[in-house]
Design a protein. Structure first.
Length: 452
């Protein structure tokens, strides 16, 4: 029996253990059996609670901390109808942390469904890691190809440390790798259709690239380039899980000025300009906007504005992240839109316009419409675009794309390249960690069924 703290005991006792399980069946993208693992914690059976969670997710310590719980599991909690929802995220993280601390994954039995099968996973983010876990558990030999020198993808190169402790991520990754998964680091995978690529399987050509860390010190990274076709030819299945981390443009005058950045790239590369004493505008209303704004404030900015064209209740960012940003001094300008960035070579001012929300025919969501004559200007030193993301064109040059310019896949997640599957953001799935993990689990089940 595991002795719980008084606080955790209160959290699990608050759960009604609903038979219909709306938190699991409606709210959780992974359909984690939430009432069951909470009941097991109540009973002090932490090991079984962890194993219950492992049936559907390997990223509990991560998802329990950074998922948009109020938009997912906690938003469907019966307790939340008349009061506060059960703190599902805290409980999930508690269980998973226990499992990691006691290395319980060592007791997981592998099956032989995919014994002797070799599978490549390109990208070590939440989708790739989850697919690797479920496939390794089925007995496959897994090799992850990762462009950085560490795994985690968006979890390491997009989520700030104040939201996700790197030690938690490292323990999670090590737990997955303990299943015997191989990793090839600093490998950049492209398609033969991209003229920049050289297949290093034949000549081992290497290219040095520089990566800046947050202190601005340069660090040399040696990247090996290889084609996805050459990888796919050597494996029984290949999974593309490289994410879509190129910031979308705002398509307004002046966004090519010096001082305009993409939020995704800032968070991934940690190559920040000197924000000390500066005024910064962040355009967008999602978690990338929140993470970017809060990071910039921590780097010494004088003032950070989040400018969002809709109302606060329509922001896609998690409610807690919005509230935390407010507490940290971030100023929100709701129902405002940046229309122009001005300056002589670099950012000096922005022009904004106020918006009103209207119901357009055939649309369920209220749409922002500019209010004529409400334009105004603000002095600004930097502008950060956090209005969405898209794939890097060169990374998917050889694939058939859908109308949204993501990699096109069929019902089995297969792409136009033989034996190559695509999952997560690169395939246009919903851009949260839980949904990425769900796509990783789904493709693993597809491959198991096909190859067993």
């Amino acid at each position: 029996m595991e002795a719980l703290s008084k606080e955790m005991q209160e959290k699990v006792n608050y759960c009604l253990n609903c038979k219909v399980k709306p938190c699991s069946n409606k709210g959780c993208p992974l359909n984690n059996d939430i009432p069951t693992f909470i009941r097991l914690v109540k009973e002090g059976n932490m090991e079984e609670a962890y194993y219950t969670l492992l049936k559907t997710s390997i990223l509990g310590s991560v998802c329990g901390r950074i998922c948009p719980h109020y938009k997912q599991c906690m938003g469907s909690c019966v307790r939340g109808i008349k009061g506060e929802s059960v703190q599902i995220g805290d409980i999930e993280a508690y269980i998973s942390d226990y499992g990691l601390e006691h290395n319980l994954i060592k007791n997981i039995e592998k099956t032989e469904e995919l014994k002797g099968k070799n599978i490549a996973v390109i990208g070590g983010g939440p989708a790739g890691l989850t697919a690797s876990y479920f496939l390794a558990k089925a007995g496959a030999n897994i090799t992850i190809y990762e462009k950085h020198n560490s795994l985690g993808g968006i979890l390491e190169h997009g989520i700030p440390e104040f939201r996700l402790d790197p030690k938690v991520l490292k323990k999670t990754v090590n737990s997955i790798l303990s299943l015997g998964i191989n990793v090839k680091y600093n490998v950049e995978v492209m398609t033969n259709n991209n003229q920049e690529i050289t297949d290093t399987t034949n000549n081992q050509e290497r290219q040095d690239k520089k990566t800046n860390n947050i202190e601005g010190k340069l660090k040399e990274q040696e990247k090996t380039k290889i084609s996805i076709e050459s990888i796919a030819s050597k494996y029984d299945a290949t999974i593309l899980a490289i994410g879509a981390n190129v910031s979308s443009k705002m398509n307004i005058p002046g966004e090519d000025l010096e001082g305009v950045y993409g939020g995704n790239e800032l968070l991934e590369n940690k190559n920040y300009p000197d924000f000390k004493g500066k005024i910064v505008a962040v355009s967008g209303g999602g978690n990338v906007a929140m993470d970017t704004a809060r990071t910039i404030a921590r780097l010494g900015a004088k003032k950070v504005f989040v400018i969002y064209r809709r109302a606060e209740e329509q922001m896609p960012a998690e409610r807690k992240e919005i509230e935390d940003a407010k507490k940290e001094g971030i100023e929100f300008l709701f129902q405002n839109n940046i229309t122009k960035i001005m300056g002589s070579g670099k950012v000096e001012e922005i022009e904004c316009i106020k918006t009103k929300l209207v119901q357009k025919e055939g649309e369920t969501r209220l749409s922002p419409v500019n209010i004529e004559g409400s334009n105004y200007r603000m002095r600004m030193d930097y502008v950060v675009m956090a209005v969405g993301s898209k794939p890097e064109e060169k990374d998917i040059a050889g694939f058939e794309k859908n109308k949204w310019r993501y990699v096109n896949t069929d019902e089995e997640k297969k792409t136009s390249i033989k034996n190559v599957y695509a999952i997560g953001d690169i395939a246009g799935n919903k851009q949260t960690v839980a949904w990425a993990a769900r796509s990783g689990r789904d493709v693993a089940l597809e491959i198991i069924e096909k190859l067993k």
